[in-house]
Design a protein around this ligand. Structure first.
Ligand code: SIN
Length: 510
């Protein structure tokens, strides 16, 4: 009997892939209850698509390409933009409650670096939760999908031919199971949980990058981490988000004295590209001036109804955003790089596919356009499913038993997360990246090749190898953009070969 398709991860990309793989049999692994610990559920803005009369897929693709700072795969951008409207219709048909205007047109928000209002939203800032609920309902009702909740993927089975033969999973009691697969799809999401300050679940630590890299997959542009400029700065882990749609509505960024600081930074002020706003916020905070999102005039009394998730997060922290500016700070939010794939999710390793945030088709280049991420999961998840189900796969026999990587102990993980934020954050430089690589070497020597360390190494190595500043990657020691737009692409051996520039500087230790 042909083995099932095994999908690791149950955010928008994993669920959409599972649904579109019908009638092929799918085993869907999620380490928690469906819907828990998925970044999708926390997405506030919505789904970008050319849905209005004054918009077009060509404009959406052009904005995506422009935001990506010279590194966007233009075929990916065109595919995404052209498929966008139909994907919104498909989600709506499934029950995702996108908002409509009184005359029946889609209600659309404007976000940074979009030339049109094109973000389809759900109950103000509830897009991710609303969409995920509809997807979960559909997947639970789909007879071809076997959902294993509480089953955590922990690695990949290497096939005799070097391909991927399936997934190593730990059941809710922590027992190991080797699950053979005719095709394996990685959809585990982000690596931003490697950072001390993040808007994603902290459990999202780039595990799939480590698993794929151990089988020989190439990791692309790992240094491109997007920092959201306006995470609510109240010391929570993960940090709640104050959606960019607030700035689209006219909320402004001010310092402690009330000065509107983005005006002097970029002609588009608060709606400048996300990396520009994140750096400006970072510099305000570093200079001791503080950064606040002031939505009192722009949203005011409508806050609870228009932005219920942000309102609840602020009130829980003792801030009333109707009357007070919200303290904000940049937080690791999205990984543009990932496991290199083609436009059908294929990683180049027989039997292994990757979709959503853990994959890199090159769609986002150096800087993702706001609200393109959910659409990425939909469009490329569907394409991967169509490709996999139309192919005839021979089952791949597992080679020798592969071990499960050791987990990083709590103290070491805290050290790593702090160092990632300090050394490969909004601004980086060669000395800090060298310290980080030395720390990763040291942690690996003490604790073994944990998945988190492998993922962190790819980010640090990519950032050290990229001797320029571009998009989300800003090197304060190399602030100019290079003449040529180049991708970093590394195997695990190549990432290990990137060594610290100089002797590590004392200061980072577990
Ligand atoms: C936001 O709502 O600001 C986040 C949207 C996104 O990251 O695409």
């Amino acid at each position: 009997m042909t083995a099932p398709i095994v999908i690791a991860g149950a955010g928008i990309a994993g669920l959409w892939t599972a649904l579109h793989a019908a009638p092929r049999r799918v085993v869907l692994l999620t380490g928690w209850a469906l819907g828990e610990n998925a970044s999708t559920a926390w997405a506030q803005g919505g789904v970008a698509a050319a849905l209005s009369g004054d918009d077009s897929p060509a404009l959406h693709a052009a904005d995506t390409i422009c935001a990506g700072a010279g590194l966007v795969n233009e075929d990916a951008a065109r595919l995404l933009a052209e498929a966008g409207p139909a994907e919104i219709e498909a989600l709506h048909a499934l029950g995702a409650p996108f908002e409509r205007e009184a005359d029946g047109r889609w209600a659309l928000s404007r976000e940074a670096a979009h030339s049109r209002a094109r973000v389809a939203r759900v109950k103000g800032d509830q897009a991710g939760a609303g969409i995920l609920a509809a997807l979960i309902g559909a997947v639970r009702a789909a007879p071809h999908v076997e959902i294993r909740e509480g089953w955590r993927a922990a690695g990949l089975l290497q096939g005799e031919d070097g391909g991927c033969a399936g997934v190593i999973a730990l059941d809710p009691e922590g027992r190991r199971h080797d699950l053979p697969a005719s095709a394996t799809v990685l959809a585990t999401g982000s690596l931003c949980g490697l950072y001390a300050v993040t808007t994603t679940p902290w459990t999202s630590q780039g595990q799939a990058l480590a698993w794929a890299a151990r089988l020989g997959a190439v990791i692309e542009d790992a240094e491109f981490v997007q920092f959201h400029p306006t995470a609510i700065d109240t010391g929570q882990d993960p940090a709640p988000l104050a959606t960019e749609a607030l700035r689209g509505e006219g909320a402004i960024l001010i310092d402690r004295t009330g000065r509107r600081f983005m005006r002097g930074v970029h002609p588009d002020a608060e709606l400048a590209p996300r990396d520009v706003v994140a750096r400006a916020v970072h510099r305000q905070i570093k200079a001791g001036r503080g950064a606040y999102l002031d939505a009192r005039a722009a949203v005011g009394e409508a806050f609870p109804e228009r932005f219920p998730a942000v309102f609840a997060a602020c009130m829980a922290a003792g801030i009333d955003p109707r009357r007070q500016p919200i303290p904000v700070a940049p937080a690791a939010h999205y990984h543009m790089g990932g496991i290199a794939t083609d436009l059908d999710g294929f990683t180049g390793i027989a039997g292994l596919y990757a979709v959503g945030e853990c994959a890199s088709t090159g769609l986002h280049g150096a800087n993702r356009l706001a609200s393109n991420s959910l659409l990425d999961g939909l469009v490329f998840g569907r394409r991967a499913a169509e490709t996999i189900k139309s192919a005839s796969f021979a089952n791949i026999s597992p080679a020798n038993q592969t071990g499960v990587a050791p987990a990083l102990p709590g103290g070491a993980l805290r050290t790593l997360r702090g160092a990632m934020a300090a050394e490969v954050g909004v601004e980086r430089d060669g000395a800090g990246l060298s310290r980080l690589i030395a720390l990763i070497d040291d942690l690996e020597a003490r604790h073994g090749e944990a998945d988190a360390l492998i993922a962190a190494r790819f980010v640090a190595a990519g950032a050290l190898a990229r001797t320029e500043s571009r998009g989300g990657h800003f090197r304060s020691d190399l602030p100019r953009r290079g003449v040529q737009a180049l991708h970093t692409r590394m195997t695990l051996a190549e990432a290990r070969a990137i060594r610290p520039l100089a002797a590590p500087i004392a200061g980072l230790a577990e």
